[in-house]
Write a protein that binds this ligand. Structure first.
Ligand code: TRP
Length: 364
């Protein structure tokens, strides 16, 4: 068991998934799923975690479970290869979290940089929900319940994986080798690590209205690309342009491949040449945007089409999730059995314990 390679990752269902999710993690997962290099792949919808900071809007979370499931299927996650499930349906995760809570201090949680920024972003300073504060612990349960070795995620998840590793080490030190230490798998392309919003702001976020969604229709994608933030000082075509902070070029870094040039912009051999021309001056934004739009349509078109197919049979999607939950529960429950055994709280199936107590009391 210990040397198996297992992938696990998940998303909070607080909205439809966008291309930041796609290049940051989703695309990679599908490749990993199909690579044949992993014994198992688990992908889940973290609804319980989403509730930790959306308790004023549980309906949003509920509605988005199916949206995320559709996005998964549309991107090519395949339920015959990956177990796709919903976090809240696996009660074993709660029990694991409860035991892990004893292995983490309040000050350790307070130092978690991701939690810190999220507290600021949500104006939680004065009243942090306990469940939100402790979600890194529950995330450690998500990961360890499936003995995941590999967690494909964005760099904002690094502190979570580190917290999970610490819990694993602490648990194994106290109770003996039981849990598996996970590793994060970051995107290999730097622009995929954190794709900016279409307005050039650091993060894509629904509230900023700067996302391109996987489910956006073709004309919406076209419009969003055409109105993207570039270099505000690049006014005339002849002006030299800046690449730094230029969203169109950041997206090209993330999405363009050599064959795209052959297909849509054969007068340039590669991205470096395109960049050089832009920097020199003489290359208009619209030309670059048209190129990016063509690439985006090529990438997103098939995803959008597949999504439409799955949307035609919503009950089948829920049924797929139900089956995924069943499989996931079996795995989580097997791990929980091992955890209880290691902690020696499996009183009723521990024959040694009873014999030991018989002996103790007969000696008194
Ligand atoms: N925290 C992750 C996010 O916000 C979602 C998540 C929950 C997750 N549990 C996980 C990711 C376990 C990877 C592994 O996107």
């Amino acid at each position: 068991m210990a040397d198996k390679k297992i992938i696990l990752t998940g998303d909070r269902p607080t909205g439809k998934l966008h291309i930041g999710h796609y290049v940051g993690s989703l695309k990679r997962r599908v490749e990993l799923q199909n690579s044949g290099l992993y014994d198992k792949t688990f992908v889940f919808i973290a609804d319980a975690q989403a509730l930790t900071d959306n308790i004023d809007n549980p309906e949003k979370v509920r509605q988005n479970v199916i949206e995320v499931a559709l996005d998964y299927l549309a991107c090519g996650l395949d339920p015959t290869k990956s177990t796709i499930f919903i976090q809240s349906q696996i009660p074993e995760l709660c029990e694991l979290s409860f035991y892990y809570m004893d292995l983490v201090t309040v000050s350790r949680l307070q130092r978690n940089p991701t939690v810190k920024t999220e507290i600021q972003m949500r104006n939680f300073e004065a009243s942090i929900p306990v469940g939100f504060f402790t979600y890194p612990i529950s995330q450690a349960a998500d990961i360890t319940a499936f003995k995941a070795t590999t967690v494909p995620a964005g760099e904002d998840q690094e502190p979570m994986i580190e917290q999970a590793r610490e819990i694993v080490r602490r648990f194994n030190y106290i109770y003996g080798e039981t849990l598996v230490e996970p590793e994060i798998l970051l995107p290999s392309n730097a622009s995929c690590l954190r794709l900016p919003g279409t307005d050039g702001k650091a993060k894509m976020s629904k509230s900023l209205g700067n996302c391109i969604y996987l489910s956006d229709p073709a004309d919406v994608v076209e419009k969003k690309v055409k109105s993207m933030y570039t270099d505000p000082t690049h006014i005339k075509v002849s002006d030299p342009g800046k690449l730094e902070g230029n969203t169109v070029f950041t997206y090209l870094d993330a999405f363009s491949r050599p064959e795209h040039f052959e297909r849509y912009l054969p007068e340039y051999p590669n991205l470096d040449e395109l960049k050089a021309h832009y920097t020199r001056g003489g290359l208009g934004d619209m030309k670059v945007k048209k190129f990016l739009a063509a690439i985006m349509q090529e990438e997103l078109g098939p995803i959008r089409e597949r999504r439409k197919e799955f949307e035609k049979d919503i009950p089948a999607v829920y049924e797929m999730l139900r089956k995924g939950c069943e499989v996931a529960r079996e795995t989580a429950s097997a791990t929980l059995d091992e955890v209880r055994k290691a902690m020696k709280i499996n009183y009723f199936d521990d024959a040694d314990l009873i014999a030991e107590q018989v002996k103790r009391f007969s000696q008194e």
